[in-house]
Design a protein around this ligand. Structure first.
Ligand SMILES: Nc1ncnc2c1ncn2[C@@H]1O[C@H](COP(=O)(O)OP(=O)(O)OP(=O)(O)O)[C@@H](O)[C@H]1O
Length: 619
């Protein structure tokens, strides 16, 4: 009696386990680089599929030509009337840490190589004034380089602190070696910088914490006096307030006026200093035309930080400025549309332009655009339906979360760490992936945060390296497990990536920290820095630059949302816009009123500067 055989197709038109060769053959014949193998039992065939190539000595290399992206994204091509027998749908991979020095030594570059562009004259001038010790609020339309400037400010403060430290050490050394008999007279000047943002995700993006966590105020809902008394009971938090020289609050547009006043009050009381914010230098950044503060109850109840009673004492009028050059978009037409949209207007001719963007855009490599939607529920539904529709095996990567210490100095429990990471980062606890899935990178490295691409394979690092596919750079934290097959992603070649960037990269586990107010990890997540990108909330897209984007405005519900979404796009050609109508362009009337004189003053000043520059040339 002939021995029964089962056929596992790992790479082919429709991967799976087949009960006869005729069916399996249809999946692999003519398919470039197909991989298949026969087994005496279906379990063995399933096991081979599940474990991928890495445990199978008969399959040693994977060639790039096996995975043409056309076939991977266009699943109509894979339609077949033959179904594989039941295949394992879920392959769970728990992420764990490998402590191996040799691996770390030969592993991928641990440093990020993404560099910011040189600052413009306008950005330089604001940096100069801030380094001069002035309180400052800088704003600007989406894509004018607020984040780039903020990162430059943080770097400059850190450099200054390091220089001061070196200087003090030199003075001590000279004293100890008898070169300076007068002793160390110079004290180290403390520039201690608090780096915070209104939301956890914005905080993580700039290597800081939430302002709530930094200030030790929980949700900040208690009266200011009560919050102050609570802080006094915690030595670490009280010391932080007292020793801070400067405090950054990013995305200040999402802080409400009451919270701003409470922070200002606490600072004065705790530092026993009557100057605004008790003399702490305050650096604020954000755009009030983007997303407003999250307030309980009706959305129109929100009150903005600029409406705080103490705002004008903290930030004098002459210390507010707006960055005016838009870098993200290059087309004047698009920049002008966005500019008027930011303020809630839209010209009739621009309505027609935007309505015309409902067509779908075809891209040469077949990598789809990221979808932006207003609501979380629709995002979850779209991603899970699209993932479900792919017939490739499911891989689930479960994060490895490590608890740290909170801003009060208390250790977190495992569940608290996981909750904290889920709340403050976009990195998923369980990442479900399949070959063919559209994904977005959520960390910086050689490829920038927001780069998107399609999963074309899963490979161990050595398999990838044998076919010249290298790991994405990023913050590894520990060496990736050499036995795990990590996703290989074919990215859209990004104009924003620095240097020569391989289009296909393997993306292994990396790490992200939620920092406490002392800059130490409150919780650390080891996970692959990818998320599904068929759909993303507009809220989570804030701050990102998206090369290809499809936006559905159907459920827009708050001022600024349409502007935030559309301003992620880099050009009209790579933007698809569904359900656009003029009434979806909304800006908050109180923001418009407040910003008007500020913008007029700045315009007048710039005109004066131009006139003066012209006058100098004439002499
Ligand atoms: N001085 C500059 N020269 C060239 N490009 C710049 C400059 N500053 C910023 N950019 C580029 O402009 C794009 C947007 O910058 P950035 O994210 O800092 O803007 P933003 O004002 O923070 O935007 P958003 O409000 O949407 O978060 C990025 O690609 C960035 O590299």
């Amino acid at each position: 009696m002939p021995k029964a055989k089962w056929y596992a197709v790992r790479v082919g038109r429709r991967p799976g386990v087949y009960a006869n060769w005729a069916d399996a053959e249809k999946q692999v014949r003519g398919y470039p680089g197909a991989v298949h193998k026969s087994f005496p039992h279906p379990q063995a065939a399933e096991g081979w599929l599940r474990s991928g190539q890495r445990h199978n000595p008969t399959v040693t290399t994977t060639s790039l030509s096996r995975h043409p992206s056309k076939q991977l994204v266009s699943h109509e091509d894979m339609e077949s009337d033959i179904s594989p027998v039941e295949i394992p749908k879920r392959n769970s991979v728990p992420i764990h840490l490998i402590r191996s020095d040799s691996l770390l030594g030969t592993g991928p570059d641990h440093t990020t190589s993404t560099e910011d562009p040189p600052l413009s004259a306008q950005q330089e001038e604001i940096l100069r004034r801030i380094l001069n010790g002035e309180n400052y609020f800088f704003t600007g339309s989406a894509g004018t380089g607020k984040s780039v400037l903020l990162r430059a400010i943080i770097r400059s403060f850190k450099q200054r602190e390091a220089d001061e430290q070196d200087n003090a050490e030199d003075i001590w050394k000279r004293y100890l070696f008898g070169e300076d008999r007068n002793g160390p007279r110079t004290e180290v000047k403390r520039w201690k910088l608090g780096v915070t943002a209104s939301t956890g995700m914005a905080g993580v993006n700039i290597g800081g914490s939430t302002v709530h966590s930094w200030a030790g105020i929980g949700l900040g809902e208690l009266p200011a006096q009560k919050l102050y008394e609570n802080i006094l009971r915690n030595k670490i938090t009280a010391k932080r307030w007292k020793s801070t020289g400067a405090l950054i609050i990013d995305e200040v547009s999402m802080i409400d006026s009451k919270l701003f006043d409470k922070l200002e009050y606490i600072a004065r009381k705790i530092r026993k200093d009557d100057r605004p914010f008790g003399g702490i230098q305050i650096i604020l950044s954000g755009d009030f035309f983007q997303l407003p503060p999250v307030t309980k109850g009706h959305l129109n109840n929100c009150s903005f930080a600029f409406e705080a009673l103490t705002w004008s004492q903290v930030i004098p009028r002459e210390n507010m400025s707006s960055l005016t050059r838009v870098f993200r978009q290059k087309e004047d037409q698009f920049v002008n549309i966005l500019e008027s949209m930011r303020k809630g207007f839209i010209k009739p001719e621009d309505i027609e332009v935007l309505k015309g963007l409902k067509r779908s855009v075809q891209y040469p490599e077949g990598i789809e655009p990221v979808g932006l939607y207003p609501q979380k529920a629709e995002v979850a539904a779209i991603n899970s339906a699209r993932l479900e529709a792919l017939e490739t095996p499911l891989q689930v990567f479960s994060s490895f979360d490590i608890p740290g210490v909170n801003s009060h100095g208390y250790p977190l429990e495992a569940k608290q760490a996981t909750d904290c990471l889920n709340k403050n980062t976009i990195w998923p606890q369980d990442l479900e992936l399949k070959v063919g899935a559209l994904v977005m990178l959520v960390t910086d490295g050689v490829l920038v945060n927001g780069s998107t691409g399609t999963i074309v394979d899963f490979m161990t690092l050595s398999e990838a390296s044998s076919v010249n596919i290298h790991p994405a750079a990023g913050n590894y934290g520990s060496a990736p497990d050499p036995k795990v097959a990590w996703p290989v992603v074919e990215f859209i070649p990004s104009k924003h990536a620095i240097g020569k960037v391989a289009k296909r990269v393997v993306v292994p586990q990396m790490s992200v920290d939620v920092l406490n107010a002392a800059g130490r990890p409150e919780a650390t997540r080891h996970q692959i820095p990818l998320i599904l990108a068929w759909a993303l909330t507009i809220h989570k897209s804030q701050g990102q630059t998206l090369e290809r984007v499809k936006i559905d405005l159907n459920n827009i519900f708050v001022e600024g949302q349409t502007y935030v979404a559309i301003s992620r796009a880099v050009s009209l050609d790579t933007l698809q816009l569904l359900n656009f109508s003029a009434h979806k362009v909304m800006a908050h009337s109180r923001v418009i009123e407040w910003a008007k004189p500020l913008e007029q003053e700045q315009k007048d000043e710039e005109e004066w500067d131009e006139l003066l520059a012209g006058a100098e040339l004439d002499f």
